[in-house]
Design a protein around this ligand. Structure first.
Ligand code: S3P
Length: 742
């Protein structure tokens, strides 16, 4: 098919070397119609003939000088070892204003060859490398769409003409490629590791097995693993021979590192060291999942969506059934931390597979802890002891999770190595001085970003000293951070809180056999003890159950059973507040599991009334206020909250964001510096923004039960941080919420 493209902008593109890459570039450009003509050059007559016949080029030239005279762009797509000769030939010609570029898989050697041929690098030479090879080769395999959604790396040098660079950048983008710019050396190292080494391994594995006497047997029984692993051994041998010779230094470097790792693995097999093997395999598996996501572009898509994943909640409905919401987030975090620092193997059940707890899990993997799972909530942690953590390979990225960052900082200031803690946009705005300041008083060296925000830079190798600390705010994260630092600090560390906050750290430390003294509002630990591995059953998270407690309370005719919910008295403020408002919530089957009280909660619809929320309940319901505000909007009369300024520094400013959303739905909600005043009444439909805050998104989903029209909730991707299957469970029990368009 001959496309009749838009009017050309340039006169001529010359592509030298009509293989898969050169041919695909020529064909793509020809279809785009940016050039008056696309001219091919190739030593092989058959390739030239095919190129014209297949519509890859307009015509071919056998004479290089004739092809290049007056050209706008010259693309060098010959095998990499032929590049040197070609550059020498081009240097003899008058290339006028032509921009030169290439597609070589290694860049250092091409740049050196160009420098030698032209006696200095021409300003209009833009070295490039499209990462789009395949086992196919030749002009007959050329496709105009080959580069779509593939990376093209350009490696401009200091003297490269910016206009020439912009032009080549544009041409690749026209073909749908993602263009990136990189330094030459960096390119060569990255490609040696990600492309050249795997090809080398595939070629050697096949060759090594083929040489053996029993090769027929081996190949006959070779199953998927062998086939998958060696697919790339079908690539063009000459091209790869060229690449290894061209990128010699970088390949040797990456091969040596790999050989060390292989030796370590051999040793582990020899010594029967299953722990070492499991460590490598579990880390590799997670890493593989991560980059598969990137390769499938899900990571990009997620990132793009994270701003506009919209929930559409349709009005009305009532709830019925029995459900178990996911595991407690606070307890899940702590199970990984203490399990990692214990001696022996800790089994966890009911672990929350949400992004926040997974961020903690990954951080400990990065510090050398072998962790199996999670698989259906089961995690097996091979503890390394209080002094067994290893330096992570880079900064620890903690996503949206404030709990990870604050608790980890207490542990990490006491390690022998340095660490950097980073997070997403929301976490990067949250106050960290509340932990950094007291930790410094204990002797820690810790730097924050401006105004006490992340990232945190922690200098290891410090000797900490215990202290008595009166917390200025009621924060379980600060308390836990200091108690964890106290495990390593000389003498005693005592933390006093102004009001009771969740005590999971204290309980779990005891569960691991570590003594903690609690006297009134003060918890004390001393260093010098050990953690012994334990078995942990994580109860369902009352903070996640809270959405359903409110939902079933406000939706007429509802009755719902929430199974196995943690009812630690430092967490049950939401039940107390709802009961004060007139909710009908019963606790059944109360029991204790692994040091934490649990119960099944039965909730029936009830007429709610507005109340003045007792201030002492605020820390005990700190995460449940967004949904409690929805309850207040559905209650008769006025609800007043005071003493809750902490809500302003959660994943979002929960006072302002909820007030804005409620007002958008026609509810009278007036924010105050430390709380809110809400007058119950009708809830309309409309658009609300969760500002990336999981609990806001879920709260407005619940509000739809009493709304008169649909509610569109923006920015809901972070629901996955604490409640991965929220939409599924919500719609199972009768809330009419789903991802918009699904
Ligand atoms: C948490 C403590 C609370 C809570 C957070 C989890 C914890 O934070 O909001 O979701 O696991 O210790 P503060 O300590 O900042 O109140």
């Amino acid at each position: 098919m001959h496309l009749q493209p838009a009017a050309p902008i340039f006169a001529r593109l010359v592509v030298i070397g009509l293989g898969l890459i050169g041919g695909s570039f020529a064909k793509g450009m020809r279809e785009k119609g940016l050039f008056g003509e696309v001219v091919g050059v190739d030593l092989d007559a058959e390739s030239r003939r095919l190129a014209v016949e297949l519509g890859v080029v307009d015509r071919c030239e056998t004479d290089l000088a004739a092809a290049c005279r007056g050209a706008d762009v010259i693309q060098l797509a010959v095998p990499i070892l032929a590049m040197e000769k070609l550059l020498v030939a081009l240097a003899q010609l008058d290339l006028g204003k032509a921009v030169l570029t290439d597609v070589g898989s290694a860049k250092g050697n091409v740049v050196r060859a160009a420098q030698a041929a032209f006696a200095g690098l021409p300003a209009r030479f833009v070295p490039g490398h499209p990462i789009a090879g395949s086992e196919q080769s030749g002009v007959e395999a050329a496709q105009s769409g080959l580069f779509r959604r593939h990376k093209v790396i350009l490696t401009p040098l200091q003297g490269t003409d910016p206009d020439a660079l912009a032009l080549i950048d544009r041409l690749w983008r026209e073909l749908g490629a993602d263009v990136e710019h990189m330094q030459v050396e960096h390119h060569d190292q990255v490609l040696a590791a990600t492309s050249h080494l795997p090809h080398l391994l595939a070629f050697t594995l096949v060759d090594s097995l083929a040489k053996r006497g029993e090769n027929l047997e081996i190949f006959r029984y070779a199953a998927g693993g062998f086939r998958d692993f060696t697919r790339i051994a079908g690539s063009d041998p000459v091209m790869w021979h060229d690449i290894f010779l061209a990128n010699r230094e970088a390949v040797l470097h990456t091969l040596d590192t790999f050989r060390d790792d292989l030796d370590a693995l051999r040793q582990a097999v020899d010594a029967g060291d299953g722990h070492q093997l499991l460590g490598v395999f579990t880390r590799a598996r997670v890493a593989r999942e991560h980059f598969s996501k990137i390769l499938a572009r899900r990571a990009y898509v997620d990132a793009m969506h994270s701003n506009d994943l919209i929930y559409l909640a349709n009005p009305g409905g009532s709830l019925s059934g029995r459900i178990r919401v996911p595991g407690d987030k606070s307890i899940s975090h702590r199970s990984i931390m203490l399990g990692s620092l214990a001696d022996g193997i800790t089994e966890v059940e009911g672990f929350l597979e949400g992004e926040d707890a997974l961020a903690t899990l990954q951080a400990f993997r990065d510090m050398g802890v072998v962790i199996e799972g999670p698989h259906h909530g089961r995690v097996t942690i091979h503890g390394v002891g209080l002094h067994g953590l290893q330096p992570p390979p880079g900064p620890l990225y903690l996503g949206n999770s404030g709990t990870s960052m604050r608790l980890l900082s207490g542990l990490l200031v006491a390690q022998s190595f340095d660490t950097t803690l980073t997070g997403d946009a929301s976490l990067s705005k949250r106050p960290m001085n509340r932990v950094a300041k007291p930790l410094r008083e204990m002797g820690a060296v810790i730097d924050t970003g401006p105004e006490g925000r992340p990232p945190l830079q922690i200098k290891g190798g410090q000797q900490l000293t215990g202290m008595r600390y009166d917390m200025p705010m009621a924060s379980a994260q600060v308390k836990s951070c200091l108690l964890l630092a106290g495990l390593y600090a000389a003498g005693e560390t005592a933390v006093t809180e102004p009001a009771p906050t969740r005590d999971h750290t204290e309980r779990m430390l005891r569960g691991f056999g570590y003594p903690v003294a609690v006297d009134g509002n003060t918890a004390t630990v001393e260093s010098g003890h050990k953690l012994a591995a334990s078995h942990i059953e994580v109860p369902a998270d009352i903070s996640s159950a809270a959405f359903f407690l409110v939902a079933a309370s406000i939706a007429e005719g509802s009755e719902l059973l929430l199974e196995h919910v943690g009812i630690n008295p430092t967490r049950t403020g939401v039940i107390d507040i709802l009961k004060l408002m007139g909710a009908d919530i019963g606790l059944e089957n109360q029991r204790e599991v692994g040091g934490e009280p649990v119960a099944d909660l039965r909730v029936r619809a009830a007429k709610l009334k507005g109340i003045d929320i007792p201030e002492e309940l605020v820390p005990l319901a700190i995460d449940e206020f967004p949904v409690l505000f929805v309850a207040a909007a559905c209650a008769e009369g006025r609800t007043v909250l005071r003493g809750a300024e902490e809500l302003r520094v959660k994943e979002s400013d929960r006072i302002q964001v909820m007030a804005d959303g409620l007002q958008a739905l026609g509810v009278k909600a007036e924010p105050t510096p430390d709380g809110i005043i809400i007058d119950g009444g009708a809830i309309g439909g409309g658009e609300v923004w969760s500002h990336g805050d999981h609990r806001i998104a879920m709260s407005f989903s619940v509000a739809s039960l009493r709304a008169t029209a649909p509610i569109r909730i923006h920015d809901c991707a972070n629901v996955a941080t604490s409640f991965p299957n929220f939409l599924g469970l919500a719609s199972n029990v009768g809330i009419r919420v789903a991802e918009e368009g699904k």
